[in-house]
Write a protein that binds this ligand. Structure first.
Ligand code: F6P
Length: 352
């Protein structure tokens, strides 16, 4: 009998949860008679002059679900931006004799996957991951809970210094143009002020909220600010000027700017900490291991049923398949009406 090959790749920012998905895909696909090929460094490995791939087997992936990052490597390569990138990718697809490919990624990686299915008729599946939690079409993206855990633990650690020195700490978190990490991380860590990209803040209001807390006898306050948040009338803070292959600019620096403004305008002692890539590090929390398993199994089921062009999605508490083209829609942002208290810069106190 002819060997059937299925490929897996991980693209975009790494995060905990990728390896559990790779393990589940490999073990299940092998059980159903597939030879699994791990494509290295995302779309880069499939659009290189020769395909970059490694064979994966059940034994090899046995322990990887406890590790952060991705054993396959990742990149922000966009094959649509490379000269003859798509031609090369299709040649490599033939060389590797792929029956199907499972791409694990966020809006960029899966946006490419959706185009490859729609325009090139390649048998591609998508598995959602991003710590930003901004992918449309799913209520969970691998990596989000693990990143929240880092934010929560880091703020728990900062609290002792904040309290001992009676200081304010501004903690900058990732998330690009979506405030989910800031809002949910802020809730988990008990932050008093949370600033998100979806709602421009007034520095005066931030200062008055912090002064009010001080007057009430609180020795310290924690402010969580999303890297994409900005003050009214200002631009986002940029960490660099170059755009990546998907047109994204690197954000960063709002925390330091804000801490400085709070100190000057409010005459308050304030420090800033940028959690930066620490948020993408470490072992996956239990939820990311479980969801990595569930998403991985579902993606292989879809391949077995030859249901391509699908996104494995978590929707209404269930893992289901949805049309992959959904990932090309507008990013999923914090819903101000239901989730954010615009007057007090915190989570809305109304749930039911
Ligand atoms: O999309 C994940 C993310 O971590 C964003 O939150 C952040 O803006 C960006 O990636 C950072 O990208 P890089 O790792 O390329 O610096």
């Amino acid at each position: 009998m002819q060997t059937k090959f299925v490929g897996i790749l991980t693209g975009g920012g790494d995060c905990p949860g990728l390896n559990p998905a790779i393990k589940a895909i490999t073990q299940m696909a092998e059980e159903f008679g597939y030879q699994v090929l791990g494509i290295q460094d995302g779309w880069k490995g499939l659009s290189a002059p020769a395909p970059q791939s490694i064979s994966l087997d059940s034994k090899q992936v046995c322990h990887i679900d406890r590790q952060g990052g991705t054993i396959l490597g990742t990149s922000r390569t966009n094959p649509y931006k490379l000269d003859h990138g798509i031609e090369q990718l299709k040649t490599n697809w033939q060389k590797l004799k792929l029956e199907a490919l499972i791409a694990i990624g966020g809006e960029d990686t899966l946006g490419v996957a959706a185009r490859l299915f729609d325009e090139e008729k390649l048998a591609v599946m998508g598995v959602p991951k991003t710590i930003d939690f901004d992918l449309p079409g799913t209520d969970y993206t691998l990596g989000f809970e693990s990143a929240l855990h880092v934010i929560m633990e880091s703020i728990d650690r900062l609290r002792s210094t904040a309290e001992s020195h009676a200081r304010i700490f501004v903690v900058e978190v990732m998330g690009r143009h979506a405030g989910h990490l800031a809002l949910q991380g802020g809730i988990a860590a008990g932050a008093q002020v949370i600033l998100i990209p979806e709602y421009d803040f007034e520095i005066d209001r931030v200062v008055s909220l912090l002064q009010e807390r001080k007057k009430q006898g609180n020795r310290y306050s924690i402010v969580v600010v999303a890297e994409g948040a900005k003050a009214v009338g200002q631009q986002e803070n940029l960490a660099g000027r170059e755009k990546d292959a998907f047109g994204h600019i690197r954000l960063g620096g709002i925390g330091e700017y804000l801490a400085d403004s709070i100190a000057k305008q409010g005459n308050l002692e304030c420090r800033s900490v940028n959690l930066s890539h620490l948020q993408r590090g470490g072992a996956p929390v239990a939820y990311d291991r479980r969801m990595g398993f569930a998403f991985g199994v579902a993606s292989v089921q879809a391949v077995l049923a030859k249901q391509y062009g699908q996104l494995v999605s978590f929707s209404d508490g269930k893992v289901v398949l949805k049309n992959l083209s959904l990932v090309r829609g507008p990013i999923r942002c914090v819903k101000l009406e239901t989730e954010y208290d615009e007057a007090n810069y915190r989570a809305k106190r109304s749930i039911i």
